[in-house]
Ligand binder design. Sequence first.
Ligand code: 4AD
Ligand code: MG
Length: 477
Amino acid sequence: RTKIAQLYADADAFDGKAVTVAGWVKSVRDMKNFGFVTVNDGSCFKDLQVVMDRSSLENYDEIAHQNVAAALVVEGALKLTPDAPQPFELAAERIRVEGPSAPDYPLQKKRATPEFLRTQQHLRPRTNLFRAVFRIRSVAAGSIHRFFQDRGFVYVHTPIITASDCEGAGEMFRVTTIDPAQVPLVSEEAAAASDGALVAGEVDWSADFFGKPASLTVSGQLNAENFAMAFGDVYTFGPTFRAENSNTARHAAEFWMVEPEIAFADLEDDMELAESMLKYVIDDVMERCPDELAMLNKFVDKGLLERLDHVASSDFARVTYTEAIDILLAAQAAGRAFEYPVEWGIDLQTEHERYLTEEHFGCPTFVIDYPAGIKAFYMRLNDDGRTVAAMDCLVPGIGEIVGGSQREERLEVLERRIAELDMDAEQYRAYLDLRRFGTCQHAGFGLGFERLVMYLTGVSNIRDVIPHPRTVGNAEF
Ligand code: 4AD
Ligand code: MG
């Protein structure tokens, strides 16, 4: 068996040679005495043109009647075709139908809309669009691992089931071992002892994971921090979950996050790491996926290649949150309308983020030093006492792609913040311990992997960069 990718990689070596290729039909053209079958085997974006001759192919008619998506095994001789649009073709000597395709195959038409394809999650990987997107997704994952591994980072597998709410936003999916037929109810005694937290007679979800509370992780950061204090430079890359009811084109309930954590490092180091990682992945994907990117550039986002090229070779912009608010206020004063009014202290909305990165700076932009009130408890308090050493990286077309910070390494400041936010200090005892035993400056960030894939492909809906998306109201397959 030869993969089509091997043929394209070294066509000269196969010229005139017998090869066997197994793949799926993309089109069949029957010209009576000869015919063409276009086959793709998934090994590369390009198809293979198979030529069949009625006089030499025994089952010519059987093949000529195959439907799109039929699985074939083709034996023949490779012929270079210097004068044709494709560099070579396979002159079929034998074709075996391994699995025919029924005539009601739903993806017959060349260009189905992404919305229709979302209803065909089991079949859509076979379309050009999704073959491009999901190869790029795979290659980008490899690029990320290569980037960190080459720099000596240790890959930490952080847990998916956890009790701690890293972001403190209360957006966790509960994990339960409770049999719905035998739900435990809160007793009078437990209610009385709980200071009003539990109500007698209600379902007791407080002990739902083998007697303890547990949820699906929203971020591996707190676990990664433990390892950063031992290995220095670490990263985690895995699924994370958010029970936020955001039915938008850039939020999913289940998404993958890349989270490096670096010791003896500050916010500046953190931004440098994020910028060089993004540039590395863009370069690597451009090098490894030229066919996929060319197709996306032609049919999905006409500015894609130019934008990626530009980003890979120019510096990201940097502003403080306070400066960003001034820019937005100036735009608002000059007549630019925003749905959410701008004032210092607001959480930047997608429309603000996109104005900054698309219209004002025209390139990826780091916004740093956000108000403490809108950011998570673990971010390091700045000397002004009201902002924290946070950084978000915003990119055109998407908005926030990376969120990170320098972490609060001072025990007393962190304890004060946890108390101010009315969080349960006992639950964060281990986290506070890191500040008692050899604490040091450290920083990290989370890259939303789907948002990166959207950026790399020009695809504008997160549902189209996840093999089987888990967005609001969507969990089939
Ligand atoms: O900004 P976030 O919430 O940061 C954290 O979770 C930190 N603990 C990361 C860290 O410092 N280690 O999320 C990080 C990124 C966002 O910038 C965004 O790209 C992505 O994760 N993200 C989502 N992507 C898809 N769907 C969602 N619902 C997302 N929520 C966040
Ligand atoms: Mg964020």
